[in-house]
Design a protein around this ligand. Structure first.
Ligand SMILES: [Zn+2]
Length: 416
């Protein structure tokens, strides 16, 4: 297909790229040109190779040379460097690329050309970059927004071009001819330019490996979007990747339906019903909690023989304890000291009824100093978090004694 470019490469004493001539060639034989090290690892340069080196958004091929694993393929000064798992000493070698990986890359890369052209056709959006990833691929578009409607329109248009099974042709032109080709993006390269054409639909200057017909792309599915800098990034899957994604998503929805005791088509209706039920239950739960608070507050007050009510809770949040305390101080003349044992920290809540004219902040400096307490509040309510190594029982006892000794008149205020 592209013997011309390889005739040139040979002239320059560079590796002959068999994937330029036929991206479907899996096996090859070649004389060894150089045995070397690449960053400390054994490496090989051949006269000719099927191995595609990383470049143009496409990752490198994998495979074997003389039964030795090729772990990375790089291009350096026109030479293709095969980085190997272990050293090979030979004058001539046989190599084989991992076809499933290569074909996957061909499907994704041809799919990208097609998708980029559809984005240009429908949205007037230029593709700024392309990345072929292990899981999904992405293109960055010169767009600041991407709607769901646009996604459906683009996927449908892409499928239409795929189903027409257009030939994908690869040929070389000289840079002087480049004006005659309606490139989606003007090539910056000089000399010979490799054109990948989806017949009459898209013209790209590209050195990647491609399928022969659009039908081989199978399907292009956009699976997500992202905002990057001022642009939109589209994540997409082609070919077998799109099929596997469909299979996984179908499995997921079937599992969901089974868990919900319904059919896949009824999942949304069932979830809506469950959410409504949960909303009603939450409301009822709030009401019950409120009633329980009232009941508990009354119990605390009935059993209180003194104006200070203290208690340590182990089974509720600081917020719940505070709400209970507020209920008590609003229903009678009390000062509450509640301790709450938490998972990582303990809490201390101090609150008083309006009829008790004490400034609770008065004890803040002492609590901070003696027990490393953190927090604050108002004259009538303070909340603090404390490290767990201080005994809440001891703190509450000491605080109670301090309050009584400084405000003896507290005991004279009627409780209710
Ligand atoms: Zn390309």
């Amino acid at each position: 297909m592209d013997e011309k470019i390889n005739i040139r490469e040979e002239r320059r004493n560079q590796t002959r790229r068999l994937y330029f001539e036929d991206s479907y060639q899996i096996e090859f034989e070649s004389p060894v040109k150089e045995i070397r090290k690449h960053e400390g690892r054994p490496a090989l340069i051949l006269e000719a190779t099927c191995f595609y080196p990383e470049g143009g958004g496409q990752p490198s091929d994998r495979g074997e040379i003389e039964g030795v694993k090729v772990i990375e393929v790089r291009e350096e000064d026109g030479q293709i460097v095969h980085i190997l798992e272990k050293e090979i000493q030979a004058e001539k070698v046989k190599g084989q690329i991992d076809w499933l990986r290569r074909y996957d890359h061909m499907q994704q890369h041809s799919g990208q050309h097609l998708l980029s052209q559809v984005c240009w056709e429908i949205l007037g959006a230029e593709t700024l970059s392309f990345h072929l990833g292990e899981e999904s691929s992405s293109i960055e578009l010169d767009l600041d927004r991407f709607s769901e409607e646009a996604q459906i329109e683009i996927e449908t248009r892409a499928a239409e071009v795929i189903f027409k099974n257009k030939p994908i042709k690869v040929y070389l032109i000289d840079e002087s001819q480049s004006e005659k080709i309606p490139f989606r993006k003007k090539p910056v390269k000089s000399g010979l330019i490799r054109v990948v054409e989806i017949e009459g639909f898209d013209y790209s200057a590209c050195g990647g490996t491609h399928v022969r017909q659009t039908g081989e792309i199978g399907l292009i599915k956009i699976i997500g979007t992202d905002k990057v800098r001022q642009h939109v990034r589209l994540f997409f899957l082609c070919g077998y990747r799109a099929l596997r994604d469909y299979q996984n998503k179908e499995k997921l929805i079937k599992q969901l339906a089974t868990s919900l005791g319904t059919s896949p088509g009824q999942v949304q209706i069932t979830v809506d019903k469950l959410q409504e039920e949960a909303r009603i239950l939450r409301k009822r739960c709030l009401k019950l909690r409120e009633e329980m608070n009232q009941y508990e507050a009354e119990k605390f007050m009935a059993e209180a023989g003194e104006p200070i009510i203290d208690h340590i809770f182990e089974d509720r949040s600081a917020e719940e304890a505070r709400n209970l305390g507020l209920k008590i101080i609003h229903s009678g003349h009390f000062l509450i000291i509640f301790g709450v044992k938490g998972e990582t920290r303990n809490h201390l809540i101090l609150a008083r009824s309006n009829e008790i004219s004490l400034d609770l902040k008065k004890w803040l400096p002492w609590l901070k100093e003696a027990f490393e307490a953190k927090g604050g509040g108002s004259d009538s309510l303070i909340e603090m978090a404390l490290p767990q190594h201080f005994s809440l029982e001891k703190i509450i006892q000491e605080l109670k004694e301090k309050i009584y000794s400084e405000y003896a008149e507290l005991k004279k205020i009627p409780l209710l």
